[in-house]
Design a protein around this ligand. Structure first.
Ligand SMILES: Nc1ncnc2c1ncn2[C@@H]1O[C@H](COP(=O)(O)OP(=O)(O)OP(=O)(O)O)[C@@H](O)[C@H]1O
Length: 479
């Protein structure tokens, strides 16, 4: 085992492989990763697949791909191993059994034979009476003999932790500050289900402690688990991590994003062509006050990360805000890299853009493209066969065939300035009256990238082709 330096910060992300990772999960992962990286510590990935019915190896592989794509690398995990494995809960059964046995032997836990319907009815009665719906303690007082007899007879039993009365459980939440919960409000809680599987809060807390996790940042959907997990770890004599609870990300409808509903999936952003740096820059700011306004590379992002600056209000995920960070991310790509990004997201581009002109194309259209599919639209406009847009047709008709003939005659001019001078001399048009129909002819639209760059990009052949197409079109229409 690697010696663990004193005070090393160890954080983790512990998803269930039950669906596609959404941006809320991703922000929780990012914050945990930033906390470890800021301190030069370690970041672990643990797969919480105890719910066998909902867990799926395909989801596990996909969520690892999503995390890697986001640049969140882990120092220990199911694929890379590490000194605290296994890193899938489904393979940690023996460790849980040992902990159950210790709790039972110490009298800190007891088997509970209550049927779920009875418990549900008791909860409903408690709620109706305005009391917290906690376990009434029916099986807490069963003698060891009686419990043993029922177990031997094959009666299904859950295992509950005995919660001491009259205690105050206190923790210093990394985000919410001091929290205190009275143990009397908790009731004895299930740590092993009647089917033998460990309860979420049990496996989760035991693993954090056994894996040496020092700081847990997780969604506030887990805040009710924390006092229970602290009690449990105390009973096991294990050192608890410090917990911090992040407000959940909510969607446009105000509901927390959820994996099981397939909300705002990271994979969908990747497939659309968003860049990981753009997603990181957006997520790093959601709910985190006092962030620098500009683009942040991971190191600077980690240096400025501070759980105490995370707000308490739910943060809204707004896909529109991604556009700003995508623009920033694209501006950081050189022309070759931009072209490669376009081609990955829109493979049809390779057949549309003439060989050898990819980088020049990317340079010409970069300010007009946020996603690869928009690059494909520009390639179609420059080299495709599609019809011009109505405003372009109107501009061409307004300029007339004589204008396009003059433009054709100037198509071999090496740059737009010289071409414009020749067209102006032949037609008397200048300024907008010249550039608008010229743009309409070359691109089939009336706005877009700088025309001089497009002129150069098309080359004499491409320009002639586009101008001839335009001329044919308006001749056809005036027949
Ligand atoms: N909407 C959300 N915003 C921020 N964090 C979230 C959100 N939903 C879940 N998380 C956090 O993501 C981490 C992984 O949780 P988990 O795998 O259970 O995801 P989940 O979206 O709750 O899944 P499911 O929908 O399958 O219950 C946890 O720390 C959880 O608190």
């Amino acid at each position: 085992m690697r010696a663990m330096p004193q005070h090393e910060v160890v954080t983790r992300f512990a998803p269930s492989p039950t669906g596609r990772l959404h941006v809320g999960n991703a922000r929780t992962a990012l914050f945990s990763w930033l906390l470890a990286r800021r301190a030069g510590g370690r970041f672990l990935l643990r797969i919480e697949d105890t719910d066998r019915g909902r867990s799926d190896a395909g989801h596990e592989a996909a969520l690892m791909e999503d995390l890697r794509w986001l640049g969140l690398d882990w120092d220990e995990g199911p694929d890379v191993g590490g000194p605290h494995g296994p890193y899938r809960q489904s393979a940690r059964g023996a460790l849980y059994e040992e902990a159950f046995a210790r709790l039972l032997a110490a009298g800190a836990a007891y088997p509970c034979f209550c049927a779920e319907e009875k418990l549900a009815a008791a909860r409903a009665r408690a709620r109706a009476a305005g009391r917290p719906p906690r376990y009434p303690g029916t099986c807490a007082a069963l003698s060891a003999r009686e419990a043993g007899r029922r177990l031997a007879a094959g009666e299904p039993a859950a295992l509950r932790l005995r919660v001491p009365a009259g205690r105050e459980i206190v923790w210093q939440d990394l985000v919410r500050g001091r929290q205190a919960v009275r143990s009397d409000a908790l009731g004895d809680f299930v740590i092993r289900r009647a089917d033998g599987t460990p309860a979420f809060l049990f496996a989760n807390a035991v693993d954090d402690a056994l894996m040496g996790v020092t700081h847990v940042l997780r969604g506030e959907d887990h805040v009710a688990n924390t006092p229970r997990q602290l009690l449990l770890l105390e009973r096991l004599g294990l050192v608890p991590p410090r917990y911090g609870h992040l407000p959940l990300l909510v969607g446009a409808d105000g509901r927390p994003l959820a994996k099981r509903r397939g909300d705002a999936a990271v994979a969908a952003l990747r497939e659309a062509g968003y860049l990981p740096g753009a997603v990181r820059n957006l997520l790093a700011r959601l709910g985190h006050r006092g962030r620098e306004a500009g683009w942040l590379e991971p190191e600077a992002m980690a240096a400025g990360f501070d759980p105490a600056r995370i707000g308490r209000a739910p943060a809204r995920y707004d896909a529109q805000a991604l556009a700003h960070w995508q623009r920033e991310a694209l501006a950081r790509l050189g022309d070759e890299a931009l072209w490669a990004w376009m081609g990955t997201g829109a493979p049809a581009l390779a057949a549309r853009v003439p060989p050898g002109r990819g980088a020049a194309f990317a340079a010409a259209v970069r300010d007009n493209v946020l996603l690869p599919r928009e690059a494909l639209v520009w390639a179609e406009r420059l080299w495709g066969e599609g019809a011009p847009e109505p405003e372009a047709v109107a501009a061409l008709q307004g300029a007339g065939a004589a204008f396009l003939e003059a433009a054709l005659a100037a198509a071999d001019a090496p740059d737009l300035r010289q071409a414009a001078a020749r067209i102006a001399a032949a037609t008397g048009r200048r300024g907008r009256a010249l550039y608008l129909p010229l743009r309409a002819a070359l691109t089939g639209t009336t706005s877009g990238p700088e025309l001089g760059a497009l002129w150069a990009l098309l080359g004499p052949e491409g320009r002639r082709r586009r101008l001839r197409q335009a001329l044919d079109r308006i001749r056809e229409e005036t027949l």
